[in-house]
Ligand binder design. Structure first.
Ligand code: NAD
Length: 357
């Protein structure tokens, strides 16, 4: 039996999570493993019901669970609230509370979706299979921030980026170990020509590379990496980077794969408890219309089976099912192409679940 904390959140969150649960239910039957879901509040819906973006009960139950399945949070309704009261504060809070410092974001271009990619076919030669490893609980999103009124008029605001040796070493280890299981190529992305934090990252990661002689380490500045991802994405395998750079680069990488709606993620700490969520937001512009792509969330559930439950074969079942449904030309509107059959969120989830035999 596995206990899954489910946070559906706001916007398209409930629709995509419902789709992922449909798939989990089929896996549960096939592998004779009961999944017990506890639905919890976080984000805008939690603010409306409890006044807080992350109620204590949500943290407590997540901590006692085997995995957390998360939709997405946020929306225009809550945009005017101060930073620490916004739905996104819940997101940062749960990552911190569960100490999930390593965010794994695979960007894989299914061959069936080459047409949906933002890039020209000649740029997409070879395989696009990139794993972005993003540090998730440090850096500028968590550093000291403030705003003051200036006597001369106007205001001044600041956010601080800070990293300790410990924080860098533990995520770098995930980077090396992950690269080792893939093509053994690791690219550290930083801004060491300008930022002191990046210089510390580079020093530590270069030193640690002596322990991983089988992994080829390259370093690249973040601006150059942003450019190279568009110019020659096939050169990348595993990218290791800090919180904000990883946030931005993984959204960019999603465009290689056709849609933000295709990219899953796993956030892991030292144990097996992880948070699994699509990389996209709550997409308020399409919420409630049954048109959101559930594949990112369904692929996140595959990562849950792989990393938290050690159910590799079940994870593979889901990934194969997604591929088979794409083979049969079914598409949600964000990845639609000529001659394809357009389906909604519910139908796409059903098709994937039905492919798991
Ligand atoms: P977004 O990712 O929600 O949407 C960007 C664009 O991609 C929109 O046009 C949207 O319709 C489309 N899109 C996103 N997911 C899709 C899917 N599954 N299928 C089809 N199309 C999809 O980003 P945004 O519009 O900048 O942010 C909306 C809200 O989400 C904001 O409140 C933001 O703070 C929040 N947000 C939450 C998370 C999270 O919960 N992890 C992450 C990013 C943004």
């Amino acid at each position: 039996m596995k206990k899954i904390a489910v946070i559906r959140g706001d916007g398209i969150g409930p629709e995509i999570v419902n789709g992922a649960i449909k798939v989990l239910d089929v896996i549960s039957k096939k592998y004779n493993t009961p999944f017990v879901y506890t639905h919890l509040l976080m984000g805008g819906v939690a603010i409306d019901e409890t006044g807080l973006p992350l109620p204590k009960e949500t943290i407590d139950i997540c901590k006692r669970s085997d995995a957390v399945l998360l939709g997405s949070v946020g929306g225009p309704k809550w945009d005017k609230l101060p930073g620490d009261k916004r739905p996104e504060a819940g997101l940062l809070g749960i990552r911190k509370a569960l100490e999930v410092f390593a965010n794994l974001r695979p960007a894989i271009l299914f061959p069936q979706l080459k047409e949906a990619s933002a890039l020209k076919p000649e740029v997409l030669k070879g395989n696009i299979d990139i794993m972005v490893i993003r540090e998730l609980t440090g850096g500028i999103y968590f550093g000291e921030k403030s705003r003051i009124d200036l006597p001369s008029g106007g205001q001044k605001a600041w956010d601080t980026m800070a990293y300790s040796t410990y924080e860098i070493e533990r995520i770098a280890r995930v980077g090396f170990e992950t690269a080792r299981k893939r093509t053994k190529k690791l690219t550290l992305v930083d801004k060491a020509n300008v930022l002191e934090t990046s210089r510390l990252w580079r020093e530590i990661v270069l030193k640690m590379s002596a322990d991983y002689p089988d992994v080829t380490l390259e370093v690249q500045l973040v601006d150059s990496c942003a450019m190279q991802l568009i110019k020659n994405p096939g050169q990348f395998d595993t990218i290791l980077t800090e919180n904000m750079f990883g946030d931005i680069l993984s959204d960019e990488a999603s465009m290689l794969t056709g849609s933000l709606g295709m990219l899953p993620s796993a956030s892991l700490g030292n144990g097996t408890l992880g948070i699994y969520e699509p990389i996209h937001g709550s997409a308020p512009d399409i919420a409630g219309k049954d048109i959101a792509n559930p594949i990112a969330t369904i692929m996140s559930v595959a990562m849950m089976l792989r990393y938290s439950f050690n159910m590799e074969s079940a994870a593979k079942d889901i990934e194969d099912a997604v591929s088979k449904v794409l083979d049969t030309k079914y598409r949600t509107v964000d990845i639609m192409g000529a001659g394809m059959k357009c389906v909604g969120t519910i139908e796409m989830s059903k098709l994937i679940a039905n492919e798991i035999k």
